[in-house]
Structures are given as structure tokens and as C-alpha cells.
Write a protein that binds this ligand. Structure first.
Ligand code: 1CP
Length: 344
């Protein structure tokens, strides 16, 4: 039977009359119903590990908006936790992890086969969603790309310039590469299980790819994503992969071929017309509306939605933001974006 789901058609390279749409962090703090369910769960991590409630928050934005995809509600830092790192969230500040910077600490990480003991509830969430989602909605699974996950495991928290990870890369290359290798293999195992549980597409978030310069970008952003993509496609033929090397700038050119991904997600640091000329000829692209329009709304939002849609109308495109929607966004602006995209 011919593929009917719009997201999967775009991922296969089809140019659609109107691009399908979903939104990074579509389940999140800008929605009052999300905040209520998180309170019911107790905290963010309890919400991630509660399959019924995680499925519920995944579905919440779909009740409000006619999005074409749902993204599993989880976090990229659950894999480090499954590998044995301590993980907690400080309210108002963000994630904290125990750090891995020495051979001894690397040696204490759990083997990849043991991650599922921690991650089984996530696969259960995927299973629930694959049963409950409307038939036209695509279910997206995800993980962090190895470089981005490594930056958190090495620093123990988010960092403005990923300094600690860059420092370890220079000071102790074997330990740095050992961490990258363990994350890469763990990500393949984690995403394989998500696919077996019902994810129809997976996305790799390399949120901090932009701080990798020169050969490092190829070695530590592109190559690990290529290895994961190839392994997943070998195990699950035809599974579409979205790669998001955020902040790549001109290095977005050629990333479809270099990663093997079906779609490249682009942030808002590159112009849609430039993306149409230099990236989209190689395959589907996703993005790249500024998240701030979800706060400010109005004619600016309308003009930008049309501009990006029209600039990328000559090829396969999934409409999305360039990064996640922020907690201060107005839910009404999301509806305005969808109406504008599908209207004149
Ligand atoms: O208080 C809360 O409710 C926590 C806020 C929150 C949410 C809603 C965090 C903490 N994670 C999430 C969910 C989440 N994270 C999803 C769910 C699906 C969706 O709706 O999109 C996804 C895909 C992520 C991915 C993620 N987590 C990334 C990659 C994408 C990106 O935003 O760059 C990163 C870097 C993280 C780490 C993380 N988790 C949470 C925060 C606040 C952060 C960033 C911390 C930092 O760098 O300081």
C-alpha cells in the first residue's frame, strides 16, 4: 500500500503541496496541561519513567493542534543515566550529572546490554503511543547524538561553550573516544528498541555540533551519526532518520550524504533560501522558524511562516522550529503558525 502519512512521504523525498508540521518540544512547559501532568508525576524524571503519563504528555499537543507527528516524551540524558551516571534536575537551572573524565570512571560505566533495565519504561511509552496515536500521525523516537550527550557526561551539566568536553578531547583522547564509543553503541541499542516498540522514524539531536571546528565536526558530529544511522538501517531496513547538527552553518552542506540521514534538521542560524539552494537538493530538510515567533506572534509570525514555507516549496520539507519552543511561548501562536502554513 502506498505510504499515506505526510511526514513519512516527506522523509522519502516527496515534495508535498503543503509541508507537514510538528514542533520541537511540542510537549512542554508552554502548555498548562503539561505542567499539571508533571506536577502529578512528581518531577520531570518521574514523568519520563512513567509510561502512562509520558504517553499522556506526548498526546497533549495533538489534542490542541493538528500536528503531523508526535515525538516520544523522554530526554537525551536518560541514556547516560542508563549507562550508570547519576542524573537529577535542579529546578530553574537544569540537569546535573555525575561526571566521567577518567579511565576509572569510564570503566565503571555499565555495558550496553544492561541499559534496557533502566530504559524499559521508555519502550513501554512508545508501545502505548503506537497503539493510541491517530493513524495519520507519525511517531518519532529520538536520542542525543554522541557529541552532545558526551558534553553533558563530561561537564556534568549544560555549558555555554562545551569547554570541559573540548578540554578532555585534547588532554585525554583515549578516554574521550571511549566515552564517545560507549554512547554511540548505547544509542544504537536504545533506538533499535524504540523502533521495535513502534517508532516510525528516529531523530538524532546534536544540539552542540556548532562548537566543533574543522575536522572535529566530521570526526565527532558527522561520523558517529553516520555509524548510528547505518547500524539502524541495517537492522531495520527503510527506517527514516533525521539528523540535527545544530549550529553547523555552512557545514550543513553535504550532511545528507555524510550522515546517511533521510532528513537534515536546520536551526534558525541559516536562511531558508540558502538551505533551499545548498542543502535541500540532497534530500528532505526540516526547520527553520525562530522559536521567538511563538512568543511574539502577530504579523511577524505570519510573514516568517509564509517566507520559510515558500522558500522551501521546491523540495521535500517538514515545517518545524529551528530549536525547541520556549516555556514563555503563547499556545495561540502555535495555532496561528499552523493556520498560516496551511492557508494563503
Ligand atoms: O521542567 C521540565 O519540564 C523539563 C523541561 C524539559 C523537557 C520538556 C527537559 C529538560 N527535557 C524535556 C523533554 C525533551 N528533551 C524532549 C521531548 C520531546 C519534545 O517534545 O520535543 C526532547 C526531544 C528533548 C531533547 C533534549 N534534552 C535536548 C536536545 C534538543 C535541544 O533542546 O537542544 C537537550 C540538549 C536536552 C537536555 C535538557 N533536558 C532538559 C533541559 C532543560 C535540557 C537542556 C539543558 C542545558 O543545556 O542546560
Amino acid at each position: 500500500m502506498a505510504q499515506q502519512k505526510t511526514i513519512l512521504r516527506a522523509l522519502a523525498g516527496e515534495t508535498l503541496p503543503t509541508p507537514p508540521i510538528w514542533m520541537m518540544r511540542q510537549a512542554g512547559r508552554y502548555l498548562p496541561e503539561y505542567r499539571a501532568t508533571r506536577a502529578q508525576a512528581g518531577d520531570f524524571l518521574k514523568l519520563c519513567y512513567n509510561p502512562e503519563l509520558a504517553a499522556e504528555v506526548t498526546l497533549q499537543p495533538l489534542r490542541r493542534y493538528d500536528f503531523d507527528a508526535a515525538i516520544l516524551f523522554a530526554d537525551i540524558l536518560l541514556l547516560p543515566q542508563a549507562l550508570g551516571a547519576d542524573l537529577w534536575f535542579v529546578t530553574g537551572e537544569g540537569p546535573r550529572l555525575s561526571t566521567i573524565t577518567t579511565a576509572e570512571e569510564l570503566g565503571r560505566l555499565k555495558p550496553v546490554e544492561e541499559i534496557h533495565e533502566t530504559l524499559n519504561p521508555i519502550y513501554e511509552t512508545v508501545k502505548i503511543l503506537s497503539e493510541e496515536l491517530p493513524k495519520e500521525t507519525t511517531l518519532i523516537g529520538f536520542a542525543g547524538a554522541p557529541w552532545t550527550v558526551a558534553t553533558y557526561m563530561i561537564a556534568g551539566q549544560g555549558t555555554p561553550d562545551q569547554g570541559p568536553a573540548h578540554a578532555l578531547k585534547s588532554a585525554n583522547r583515549p578516554v574521550f573516544e571511549g566515552i564517545m564509543h560507549r554512547i554511540t553503541e548505547g544509542t544504537i541499542a536504545y533506538l533499535s528498541k524504540q523502533i521495535e516498540a513502534g517508532a516510525e522514524c528516529v531523530k538524532l539531536f546534536d544540539s552542540w555540533a556548532g562548537s566543533l571546528q574543522g575536522d572535529d565536526f566530521t570526526e565527532f558530529s558527522i561520523k558517529p551519526m553516520q555509524r548510528i544511522t547505518a547500524a539502524l538501517k541495517e537492522k531495520h531496513p527503510g527506517i527514516p532518520v533525521i539528523a540535527f547538527p545544530r549550529g553547523a552553518g555552512t557545514k550543513y552542506i553535504g550532511t545528507h550524504a555524510a550522515t546517511g540521514a533521510d532528513c537534515i534538521a536546520v536551526d534558525d542560524g541559516v536562511d531558508a533560501a540558502w538551505v533551499a539552494e545548498h542543502v535541500q537538493p540532497d534530500g528532505c530538510v526540516q526547520g527553520n522558524m525562530k522559536s521567538s515567533h511563538m512568543v511574539t506572534g502577530g504579523q511577524g509570525l505570519i510573514d516568517e511562516t509564509r517566507r520559510i514555507r515558500d522558500a522551501l516549496s521546491g523540495g521535500a520539507h517538514i515545517f518545524n522550529l529551528g530549536h525547541g519552543i520556549t516555556p514563555d511561548a503563547d499556545p495561540a501562536n502555535v495555532q496561528l503558525m499552523i493556520d498560516t502554513l496551511r492557508g494563503a
